[in-house]
Design a protein around this ligand. Structure first.
Ligand code: CP
Length: 316
């Protein structure tokens, strides 16, 4: 890995290496993530231009477990509020000898833009850009599925809700396809489906009762209201009736099915509280897995960066 910007186009071997590396950071007997010295002496800067609880916190924890120095730039109180551009902010942070930027931004493509504008020794990890991609979320979801289901090949997976605005859904679909899931279904009203979504290799259902039949994994999504024009906002109660995951609807899935949600969850909008907190729910396990997966991605990216940097030096 050099940068980690998307799951699209990465090989099955690369995705499997991320999952295996994440597993290697978990002390199974203590059920804890180990502290290792892999990034000692390195500086990781978290640049979150959009709100986050899970991703920002687990990236910080992951960097600390890798023994890096971590700097969380508070965007609200930073000089971006005085009009400093993104590029100048990045150059300023680079001048502090940063080795890695973890970036969340509301603009699709922001992480790619940053990756193509940083100096070559800096690694960039995408922590979510607009509607485009949230690759570490997808990978922690894949780790959670692998832990509970073993292989991907026999699995039918349903992704439910606001597909249109979801960077998580896109990254999940690319990862699930590459890892060989048998069938990927998307379940949503037509107003919340991107055009030509079938081209990504998914089966579309607008009827949740049909779409949930016998699925092994149900991945719910949040209604991304912050990305919707207010006139197009669906009624929450209508959405819940048709697309909310209730105990009744869950009975349609395979008896051993699991329920996932990237969070934050809206109880009573996309998921019933008793399902979110129930025995099939992996929601908090997903959060925990975020630490090991982010450690894996950061250490692999920095390993790649160090190798390239050393190679450059060797040829000087
Ligand atoms: N799943 C996710 O990205 O959550 P946060 O917005 O809290 O980081």
């Amino acid at each position: 890995l050099k940068h980690f910007l998307t799951t699209e186009g990465l090989s099955r071997e690369m995705l499997t290496e991320i999952l295996d590396t994440a597993d290697s950071f978990v002390d199974m007997s203590a059920q804890q993530v180990k502290k290792v010295p892999l990034l000692r002496g390195k500086t990781v800067v978290n640049l979150f231009f959009e709100a986050s609880t899970r991703t920002a916190s687990t990236f910080e924890l992951a960097a600390k477990r890798l023994s890096a120095d971590v700097l969380n730039l508070n965007i609200k109180t930073s000089s971006t509020s005085k009009g400093e551009t993104l590029k100048d902010t990045l150059m300023t942070m680079e001048a502090m000898h940063s080795d890695m930027f973890v970036v969340r931004h509301s603009d699709s493509g922001a992480a790619h833009y940053i990756a193509s504008n940083v100096t070559p020794h800096v690694a960039v990890i995408n922590a979510g850009d607009g509607r485009h991609a949230h690759p570490t979320q997808a990978m922690l979801d894949m780790l959670t599925i692998r832990q509970h289901k073993g292989a991907f090949e026999p699995l039918t997976v349903a992704i439910v809700g606001d597909i249109l605005h979801s960077r998580v859904a896109r990254s999940q679909i690319h990862a699930l396809r590459t890892l060989g899931a048998k069938e990927i279904r998307v379940i949503a009203p037509t107003t919340l489906l991107p055009r030509h979504i079938e081209a990504l290799g998914v089966t579309v259902y607008t009827d949740m009762l049909q779409g949930l039949k016998d699925v092994d994994v149900v991945m719910m999504l949040r209604l991304q209201k912050e990305r919707m024009q207010s006139a197009l906002l669906p009624s929450e109660s209508e959405f819940y009736n048709l697309y909310g995951l209730t105990e009744e609807k869950l009975k349609l899935t395979h008896p051993d099915s699991i329920v996932m949600h990237p969070g934050p969850i809206n109880r009573g909008v996309e998921i019933e509280t008793s399902v979110a907190d129930g025995p099939k729910s992996m929601i908090l396990k997903q959060v925990t897995n975020g630490i090991a997966v982010r450690m894996a991605v950061m250490s692999m990216a920095m390993g790649g960066q160090m190798t390239e940097h050393q190679a450059e030096r060797g040829s000087e």
